[in-house]
Design a protein around this ligand. Structure first.
Ligand code: ZN
Length: 190
């Protein structure tokens, strides 16, 4: 079932979400919620979606990017559901990315993200997750994790002159940004 995505200005996006208990993960209602979160992300062509974006203040997000028309230059990321995530930065290295958000229609802006991260947490069945992500693919994980703490990408845009609509991004900036993305993929393999 498709869920309603709330947009910037809705105070729920500024709340800090609560951890999900092991017993709740096993419930049918939580499992259907995860299914709905995935379905909603896919319908909206998001690279990720976090529970607060559908008005649920629980620490769970989904990341998946497969031949995504919203982010055609991004490498593919298989479907990953993370519950109670903990992200640690494995180096100080950062890169710039034109970020976007389903809760902020049409807007892009440049944010810097850590280039090497470790993601720990639980999968949708409550089993431990622990993996490393490198390069441009770290962006969606950091973006979705921020949602669980009430942080939206414009909060992290250092130069407000980089804000642009998706249309202006495609016309003016995508060409150069693609080259930066290709360099990152070459460096990190993802
Ligand atoms: Zn978002």
């Amino acid at each position: 079932m498709e869920l309603a995505i709330v947009e910037i200005g809705n105070p729920i996006l500024r709340e800090v979400s609560e951890e999900v208990s092991a017993s709740e993960i096993k419930t049918d209602s939580f499992q259907s919620f995860v299914d709905n979160l995935i379905e909603t992300k896919r319908i909206a062509n998001g690279a990720g979606l976090a529970a607060p974006q559908v008005s649920v203040l629980k620490r769970v997000f989904v990341v998946e990017n497969i031949d995504n028309p919203r982010y055609p230059y991004m490498p593919n990321i298989p479907l990953t559901v993370v519950i109670n995530p903990r992200i640690t930065f494995l180096s100080e290295e950062r890169y710039n990315i034109y970020d976007g958000c389903l809760s902020i229609p049409h807007l892009r802006g440049v944010v810097d993200r850590y280039a090497e991260i470790r993601v720990e947490g639980l999968d949708r069945h409550g089993s431990p997750l622990d993996f490393i992500v490198k390069g441009i693919s770290t962006g969606p994980f950091q973006h979705e994790d921020d949602h669980l703490n009430g942080i939206l990408f414009p909060d992290k845009v250092k130069d407000s002159k980089t804000f642009c609509t998706i249309g202006e991004f495609k016309n003016r900036y995508e060409h150069d940004f693609r080259q930066e993305v290709e360099a990152l993929i070459k460096k990190y393999g993802s």
